[in-house]
Design a protein around this ligand. Structure first.
Ligand code: GLA
Length: 358
């Protein structure tokens, strides 16, 4: 029997294997992408500030180069993430010098969605229509008077309540009737946050919006709670949602001793502590491998509802985690959160993932 040498090919019967990419990373890892992946997501290039930096002035060069790579691979794009409280230009929230009224925001979202869909419909199979609109914590009535216990108090929410999400889903459904429409979020397996996500999706559906699926980001900053991951998949699936793992990576923190003290940026001794905590040791690297193997075991057991597993990056030479959670000005600390190493070589877990489905 010939050896299976592609992760995506070996997982064909289970789900697609995706990567978040930038034009630069595409150039660097062109052959690796062709061989091991069958879904692509633009890491930043389809976001609002990249595609419409000034109102009505669209800029598609970078997004086009991601789409060109997808065409070369013969695959489609999981597009991400037009309506989000980050990476959205300030003009969105303004009408001249005054706060924009909700109707103007809905018109802007509609025009933006139309432009994106007209250009990319034939290349896109799923959209993260709205990203990260639930809040992380319980609002303190004194510090956060009047804030919602469910929704993030973003500029969008302050100006429109939940209307901006409804507008986003309605416009996407109108202009992209054939793609699957997703709500995407992080900490999606933490029970309190998961409840907020469930409430958000139910609310959208009650308003008549088509929400086909949940994007489970799966950024792992702590040792995964495998039971909660399973429970979450089951809860989301019981709502009739398709599931895409959208931003999988495993931070060195996830391989770090749970019981250890935790310091935050600004605490005395933070720099030394974080350097130590995030230092790559052979033990931590093999722990990350082990976590991948266990996560994929779970994903495979829900292959009836999971359509795609995307890692947030291609290989360890470039990952947003090198810069995340650091004090401003601190030099990056090299992280190793992906399936391929800094040279683009498969890590030991890749062979294990392929062996598991032989
Ligand atoms: C969030 C977003 C992504 C990306 C990552 C960090 O998870 O959904 O688009 O910005 O943060 O890079």
């Amino acid at each position: 029997m010939s050896e299976i040498i592609s992760l995506a090919k070996s997982y064909e019967k289970y789900f697609k294997i995706g990567a978040a990419v930038s034009p630069r990373q595409i150039r660097k890892h062109h052959d690796l992408l062709l061989r091991h992946f069958n879904s692509l997501t633009a890491e930043n290039e389809m976001k609002y500030d990249s595609t419409e930096p000034e109102e009505g002035h669209f800029c598609f060069d970078k997004a086009d180069s991601v789409v060109a790579m997808a065409r070369e691979m013969g695959v489609k794009i999981r597009a991400h993430a037009p309506v989000w409280h980050n990476q959205t230009p300030a003009w969105m929230y303004l009408d001249g010098n005054r706060p924009a009224p909700p109707e103007l925001i809905y018109e802007r979202i509609d025009a933006h969605t139309k432009a994106l869909c007209e250009r990319y419909n034939r290349d896109v199979y799923a959209w993260d229509v709205v990203n990260e609109a639930t809040r992380d914590d319980v609002p303190d009535p004194e510090k956060n008077p009047g804030e919602s216990p469910v929704y993030r108090n973003s500029e969008y929410y302050k100006l429109c309540g939940t209307g901006f999400m409804e507008a986003a889903f309605r416009s996407m459904e109108k202009y992209s009737p054939d793609a699957r429409l997703f709500y995407n979020d992080y900490s999606e397996c933490v029970p309190e946050k998961r409840n907020r996500i469930v409430t958000l999706i139910r609310g959208l559906r009650e308003k008549g919006c088509r929400v086909d699926g949940i994007g489970m980001q799966q950024h792992h900053f702590a040792a995964p709670d495998y039971d909660e991951i399973k429970r979450s998949i089951e809860i989301y699936a019981s709502m009739g949602l398709r599931i895409h793992v959208t931003e999988l990576d495993v931070s060195m923190m996830a391989a770090f001793n749970q019981g250890s003290r935790r310091l935050k940026p600004g605490d005395p001794g933070f720099d030394e502590y974080i350097r130590e905590a995030l230092k790559a040791t052979p033990e931590k690297l093999s722990k990350i491998d082990e976590i991948y193997v266990r996560l994929f075991e779970i994903y495979r057991s829900y292959t009836d509802v999971i359509d795609c597993v995307t890692t947030w990056g291609i290989a360890d030479d470039y990952t947003w985690l090198d810069f995340f959670g650091m004090r401003r000005g601190m030099p990056p600390i090299k992280q190793h959160p992906l399936l391929f190493d800094e040279q683009g070589m498969p890590k030991p877990c890749v062979q294990q993932l392929m062996d598991a489905v032989k």
